[in-house]
Design a protein around this ligand. Structure first.
Ligand code: AMP
Length: 412
């Protein structure tokens, strides 16, 4: 069975076509700057030359049509007919409390995604545009949705509620949801597999640290707490996002600097984090380079980033009364030996002992970076959210087939 995975943003679509027989990627690519006369399409088949073209693509429907054209292309294509694609899986950022697992798309599901627009005003409308664009280009194609929040729906009430008036939770569903769930789920399963122990026995902390960053406590394979909250602003310091600050900073800054709500929101999301502290970049690679050249603000940004992450690891070890496994993933987690070292150095009291040589070694594969006698196993696991979307879609469609086309939903 071939499954097309789509991650639709407001002006972009990323895609992968999977062959589920061996979970190989047949082709991948992206359409960027949708809505302009100079949209950029990049298409890379697993074998053979890729394509990069610039053309006018004014909406998501046209973007999906172009993707299908390329998948069928005589020279660059990977399927002979669209009928070879049996289902499409979408990434959706916010599933609220409605979606505790991945589901097949129907009118009710689309309505619920729309009802959650308030909670993810930038992301959910884009995902729905992606779903509708597939529907228009491929009528009757089974589609599934996989939510970034679903994995965290196992958090207990004491972890997901905020200590603010309960009426706000009841009326507006203000609570911690958490994000990057598909990534935390994938790397935790992969780490347990590598360790060779059932995940049900393990206490893990997974650090998804890229431009966006979040940390999750996973006990017995279930998310019991995570650092992102109602929105992806809470928690760790990030490239351009502040992460945790005293909420009183918001009214204080608004009054002192005469800022509007929108301006403060933009300050905290786009002009804070490592960018604000370094004064020049929110990109960890550039921060580390400048730090090595003696830039003191870059060093401060780096130190703050690692210190705040280490504090979360300590807090989550306390939340689980122990720690067996620490996992690093995403752009920084997979590539920055500096960050991993700085975080782990302060965690020896928990039983974390890094193997310096293994930590420095570059590899695209999942690997151990803890010393052989380290009580806590430390791993780098490249994330693969698309594979989880493809697997969930495959499972849901197979189950529906087996059940004779009655609607089914299943967890990740
Ligand atoms: P992501 O959002 O997962 O793509 O991660 C992006 C972040 O990973 C950026 O801050 C990059 O600077 C960082 N990153 C990627 N490669 C490296 C590297 N070799 N060393 C340090 N940071 C890196």
């Amino acid at each position: 069975m071939k499954i097309l995975v789509i991650n639709a943003g407001s002006s972009s679509i990323k895609y992968q076509l999977y062959n589920m027989k061996d979970e190989s990627v047949l082709a991948s690519g992206r359409v960027e700057r949708i809505g302009t006369e100079s949209a950029i399409v990049t298409h890379e088949p697993a074998a053979g030359p890729g394509v990069r073209e610039v053309s006018g693509i004014l909406d998501h429907v046209t973007a999906v049509r172009r993707v299908l054209d390329l998948l069928l292309h005589r020279e660059h294509g990977v399927v002979a007919s669209i009928a070879e694609i049996e289902a499409v899986g979408h990434r959706v950022v916010h599933g609220g409390e409605t979606f505790k697992a991945s589901v097949l798309v129907d009118d009710e599901v689309k309505r619920s995604i729309r009802d959650l627009f308030d909670l993810a005003p930038l992301h959910n409308p884009a995902a729905l545009m992606g779903i509708n664009a597939v529907e228009q280009n491929m009528p009757n194609m089974p589609q599934a949705v996989v939510f970034d929040t679903a994995f965290h729906q196992t958090m207990p009430r004491h972890a997901y509620l905020y200590p603010i008036p309960m009426a706000l939770y009841r009326r507006h569903k203000i609570r911690r949801y958490g994000f990057h769930g598909t990534s935390h789920f994938y790397v935790s399963e992969r780490a347990a597999e590598m360790i060779g122990r059932p995940i049900a026995e393990l206490k893990m902390i997974t650090c998804h640290i890229g431009n966006g960053a979040s940390c999750t406590a996973i006990q017995g394979g279930k998310s019991i707490d995570t650092s992102m909250g109602l929105t992806p602003l809470e928690g760790l310091m990030m490239g351009t996002r502040s992460g945790d600050i005293d909420p009183a900073v918001v009214p204080f800054v608004m009054s002192k600097e005469e800022l509007t709500l929108g301006e403060v929101n933009s300050m905290l999301n786009k002009h804070s984090g490592m960018l604000a502290i370094s004064g020049f970049s929110g990109d960890m690679r550039e921060i580390v380079e400048a730090m090595e050249d003696g830039d003191r603000n870059a060093k401060l940004a780096f130190d703050m980033f690692c210190y705040r992450l280490r504090k979360y690891v300590g807090a989550y070890a306390a939340a689980m009364n122990g720690l067996d496994v620490l996992v690093f993933t995403a752009g920084i987690g997979e590539n920055s030996a500096h960050v991993r070292k700085a975080v782990c150095e302060g965690l020896t009291f928990l039983g974390v002992q890094l193997d310096e040589t293994a930590n420095q070694r570059h590899s695209k594969d999942a690997r151990f970076i803890s010393a052989p006698d380290s009580r806590v196993k430390v791993l780098v696991v490249p994330t693969n959210e698309e594979l989880i979307i493809a697997r969930d879609t495959f499972r849901l469609v197979s189950e529906r087939k087996a059940a004779g086309d009655s609607p089914v939903s299943r967890g990740q």
